[in-house]
Design a protein around this ligand. Sequence first.
Ligand SMILES: [Zn+2]
Length: 113
Amino acid sequence: MTDNEEKTQKRARPLYFQLVNAYDEIVRMAVREVMGKTDMCKCERCFLDMCAIVFNGGYAHFVNTREGELLKKIPDMNLGNHVEMMVQVMHAARLVKTFPHHGPDEIIKSSAH
Ligand SMILES: [Zn+2]
């Protein structure tokens, strides 16, 4: 491969980086779990509202990663090892259940998460 060919190839594969919250997956997993066991609305809006409460409660650790690349340091995905996070998620469930951000007739029946 000549120098020029090498340069062309490098240009053809630009690097993309993504800013991601390392806790994103584990928080969504915990919210799904608690939501499933709680007598509350299961719509997408309530799901995301719960996620927002938990992220804002301290479960946010942003890292830059190459697009498509797995995070090098992801939190332990075993929910049983995240007792404090689960407490936060249950708090979020109570909050969203009591004060949903939508009226009773606006409930979106979605299980797409
Ligand atoms: Zn809802």
